[in-house]
Design a protein around this ligand. Structure first.
Ligand SMILES: Nc1ncnc2c1ncn2[C@@H]1O[C@H](COP(=O)(O)OP(=O)(O)OP(=O)(O)O)[C@@H](O)[C@H]1O
Length: 265
């Protein structure tokens, strides 16, 4: 069985700066990955490659068996769901929630003159229901709370029934209740065998939904450690990646991290 994502020596340079430095990484069918790392580690740059929105400067990236540089990215992108703050910023505030989700079928963010089948309409409704926002279907996107927007964005990213789903900091900006609801929804997504391969980027171990199976810890454009989450998410690995002594605890399917030495001592 070939890997769903296969990066071999992926390097990204911008000018004289090396942002990703020889990344080797494989993701297989059924896996649910968290990518964790400090500011500037290269997480967003990595996701841009995985979303077929950027090419490596060196090395090879195979997404769904297709090598970047040898494939029409416009055919590849609908097979890869992607939700990020940058994409969300392009959604017009006057778009209805229904259209925000529906327009993903054409890979656009504003409804124009496309026609949609009843099948598309039903799928959009089902996805909104799956993320508990079905009752918002006629609301304008610009009137939603941040938590509601995040759920709509994830529903949108699943509209094309992708084989990979990339989520860039989905809990950023949410309050505690909003974060917990989103973590619950993502945990259900992770548990569903019909879900695509999931890759979730975050800065915080508290945002890792139960059911995520693997972790890649990034640091300075490289991989600090990668593998099954219970092997990789250790105090030593986390402390090295974030450059400060940290402790890690696990319970009830959730993770928690804090300074190894309590503040003030
Ligand atoms: N076009 C560019 N030219 C020069 N440097 C860049 C460019 N794009 C990104 N960088 C640098 O590459 C590094 C990695 O950026 P990236 O956004 O991938 O990190 P990140 O892990 O997503 O960070 P954060 O957690 O803060 O979002 C940063 O130091 C950033 O300043």
């Amino acid at each position: 069985m070939s890997a769903v994502l296969d990066l071999q020596g992926v390097t990204v340079r911008r000018g004289t700066t090396t942002i990703l430095d020889g990344v080797h990484w494989q993701v297989n069918e059924g896996e649910r990955w968290v990518v964790l790392g400090p500011n500037g580690a290269g997480k967003t740059t990595l996701l841009q490659i995985l979303a077929a929105r950027s090419h490596p400067t060196a090395g090879t990236a195979e997404l769904l068996g297709e090598r970047l540089g040898r494939v029409d990215v416009f055919e590849l992108r609908p097979r890869i769901g992607f939700a990020s703050a940058a994409l969300a910023d392009r959604i017009p505030g006057h778009e209805t929630v229904r259209d925000v989700v529906l327009t993903a079928a054409y890979g656009v963010t504003g409804r124009w003159q496309e026609t949609y089948e009843e099948f598309d309409e039903q799928r959009a409704k089902d996805l909104l229901a799956a993320f508990d926002v079905a009752d918002l279907v006629d609301r304008y996107y610009g009137t939603l709370s941040e938590g509601e927007r995040k759920r709509v964005q994830i529903a949108r990213s699943l509209m094309t029934d992708p084989e990979i789903l990339l989520l860039d900091e989905p809990a950023a900006g949410l309050d505690l209740a909003g974060r917990e609801e989103l973590v619950g929804a993502l945990s259900e997504l992770a548990a569903d065998p019909a879900s695509p391969v999931l890759v979730l980027v975050t800065h915080h171990v508290e945002e890792i939904p139960p059911g995520f199976t693997h972790l890649m810890l990034m640091n300075r454009g490289g991989i600090q450690a990668a593998g099954p989450i219970h092997e990789v998410l250790t105090a030593d690995n986390l402390s090295q990646a974030f450059g400060t002594p940290l402790m890690v605890a696990h319970g009830g399917g959730r993770w928690l991290a804090r300074a190894a030495r309590p503040a003030g001592r």
